[in-house]
Ligand binder design. Structure first.
Ligand code: AMP
Length: 215
């Protein structure tokens, strides 16, 4: 199965991707995770990407397409994948279509998680992430059992550099301008499935699994 999770920053794409890959047994390909890990490793791509991510801007299409192309054409991606955070522009979607056509593959579904802007700002500014396993917490809605520490692996929780309120506002502006047009792009291709992303994590996962089962 080849699946895209679409939605604004903080809609729950990363959280859902983590849960879905276990159920669907396909790898997750997250361009955000790839960029963060490259930045931690101090590679040229990582440091170049961080100049954009820290300001809430999108990393240029060419860099991102180069980053995912290798991954989408690797053996690990032979039996499908879940894309989290890619594509984010029409140009990236077109590049994905070219890669798929070259490999005689197609997408199965594009799931759009709908969450209003006001809720996104509240969610992201209270978001804390485990730097080791990537688990995400919300300080009020689903806090860790022990303050500041991941329930799963005991690592200290951090706030992402791009989760500061002003950066979140900029990420939302960029989302509406550059990424939202993908909703129509995939609707026209009859691939779009819409989900109310304001429901609980488990309800959203169940709704996605349900939609995929109906295909
Ligand atoms: P995410 O973890 O998906 O929220 O991504 C974090 C940041 O990485 C985004 O705000 C962008 O700056 C950058 N990024 C991730 N994926 C892409 C992409 N497909 N195109 C451009 N920039 C991206």
């Amino acid at each position: 199965m080849r699946l895209i999770l679409l939605g604004p920053p903080g809609a729950g794409k990363g959280t859902q991707a983590k849960l879905l890959v276990t159920q669907l047994r396909i790898p997750k390909i997250s361009t955000g995770d790839m960029l963060r890990s490259a930045a931690e490793d101090g590679t040229h791509l990582g440091l170049e990407g961080k100049r954009y991510t820290d300001q809430g801007h999108l990393v240029p299409d060419d860099l991102i397409i180069q980053l995912v192309q290798e991954c989408l054409c690797s053996e690990k991606a032979n039996d499908g994948y879940l894309l989290d955070g890619f594509p984010r522009t029409v140009r990236q979607a077109e590049a994905l279509e070219t890669i798929l056509a070259t490999r005689r593959q197609s997408l199965d579904a594009v799931v759009n998680l709908r969450v209003p802007d006001e809720e996104i700002i509240g969610r992201i500014s209270s978001r804390r992430i485990c730097s080791s396993c990537g688990r995400s917490y919300h300080l009020e809605l689903f806090p860790p059992r022990q303050s500041g520490v991941c329930d799963d692996c005991g690592t200290a929780l951090e706030q992402r550099d791009d989760d500061e309120v002003e950066t979140v506002r900029e990420r939302l502006r960029v989302y509406h301008e550059r990424t939202e047009p993908l909703i129509d792009h995939y609707r026209q291709r009859s691939l779009l499935r819409e989900i109310d992303g304001t429901r609980s994590v488990d309800e959203v996962t169940a709704a996605i699994v349900d939609i995929l089962a109906q295909r």
